[in-house]
Ligand binder design. Structure first.
Ligand code: ATP
Ligand code: MG
Ligand code: FE
Length: 338
């Protein structure tokens, strides 16, 4: 089964051809980061316009690299939510037009199901059940993946997403957008124990997250330094902020695996590309005899290969969408429009 997948939920125009859900024949990503960074974040209208410009060349390139013709594709997979509505509509319209033109079935995919599915691509033996920590620009979810496409949400953030926290702190210390990779790099030169930022564990046994208190603590620290005329050590701030995030993410994820009796942990989303988080999660899993799985960094951030993988598991279950499928900007995980 060959799936042509399209992803345009945020600021990456992406297309991919995936064989049997796990073999990636092409994975083309056109990133708009350089366009948006001058504004300090993604500007939705600019993103939509750029997607319009890039979508056809990117799809063409993905087909060409895969050496699979459109006629040999079995289905077209596409992200229909969640994300920026104008951005989603570009990929969805292109996918629907193609499906109509070549008379192939359309399979709509949930963007976060795509992120989770990225774990199936490089490790062919990796299968549910497992506990997955989703940490991206807009989501921080702890999920029990019971089977393909079957999720139980154990907890989620009550305020900011982990990636959002990284981006906001990066902006506050003047690193620019996107902040995640920059804090990742800067933190390597800093002392993670230099500043004792708070860890939000919340109520006993809760698998929810909260990053707004940490964000305020970092901003307060910056203001105090400025007022006192003290030197701002951005390396130590980056390292200490990151350590606070990691401590909570790792301990809650391991606790969730223990409570659900699952012996496998996976990570998904842009923040799971973070070097220190990957290392900490690997170490914690090693101590608890839990198998740890995480996609390569390029498959952690937005791409269409993960959408092709998720679409395949939906396709073999018989999921098909009509050409009236609409973009759903706030689509919830586990929610389906058929
Ligand atoms: P969502 O998937 O929730 O809709 P999104 O698609 O915008 O949001 P992703 O592409 O999954 O998010 O991830 C982008 C986020 O990941 C950004 O917040 C970015 O700062 C963060 N990120 C990327 N690389 C790293 C890294 N090495 N360390 C920490 N954060 C990172
Ligand atoms: Mg992006
Ligand atoms: Fe994403």
């Amino acid at each position: 089964i060959y799936i042509l997948a399209v992803e345009t939920s945020c600021d990456e125009t992406a297309a991919s051809v995936v064989r049997n859900g796990r073999d990636v024949l092409s994975n083309v990503i056109s990133s708009q980061i350089d366009l948006h960074k001058q504004y300090g974040g993604v500007v939705p209208e600019i993103a939509s316009r750029k997607h319009v410009e890039k979508i056809n060349p990117v799809i063409h390139e993905a087909l060409e690299q895969s050496k699979i013709s459109l006629q040999d594709i079995d289905a077209i997979g596409v992200t229909y939510g969640p994300g920026l509505v104008g951005a989603l509509l570009v990929g969805l319209s292109a996918a629907k037009a193609l499906a109509f033109a070549v008379k192939k079935p359309l399979v709509g995919v949930h963007h976060i199901e795509g992120h989770i599915s990225a774990n199936y691509i490089e490790n062919k033996e990796f299968t549910p059940p497992f506990v997955c920590l989703i940490v991206s620009g807009g989501h921080t979810h702890l999920v029990h993946v019971k089977d393909y496409g079957e999720y139980e949400i154990l907890g989620k953030t009550r305020d900011d997403a982990a990636g959002e926290a990284y981006d906001k702190i990066a902006r506050a210390i003047g690193l620019g957008y996107p902040g995640g990779p920059k804090i990742d790099r800067l933190a390597k030169e800093g002392n993670p124990n230099a500043i004792d930022f708070p860890r939000a564990y919340l109520e006993d046994g809760s698998f929810d997250f909260s990053f707004s208190g940490l964000k305020s603590a970092v901003l307060n620290h910056l203001n105090r330094c400025k007022m006192m005329g003290e030197e701002i050590n951005d390396r130590d701030i980056a390292a200490s902020f990151q350590q606070s995030v990691i401590d909570v993410l790792v301990s809650k994820t391991v606790a969730a695996a223990k409570e659900t009796g699952v012996d496998k942990i996976a990570m998904a989303g842009g923040v799971s590309a973070n070097t220190a988080l990957r290392k900490a999660m690997q170490e914690a899993c090693g101590q608890e005899n839990i198998f740890f799985q995480c996609p390569s960094p390029i498959l952690c951030t937005d791409n269409a290969a993960m959408i092709g993988c998720a679409a395949y598991y939906e396709y073999i279950k018989g999921v098909r969408h009509g050409l009236d499928l609409n973009a759903v900007p706030s689509l919830k995980l586990g929610q389906r429009y058929v």
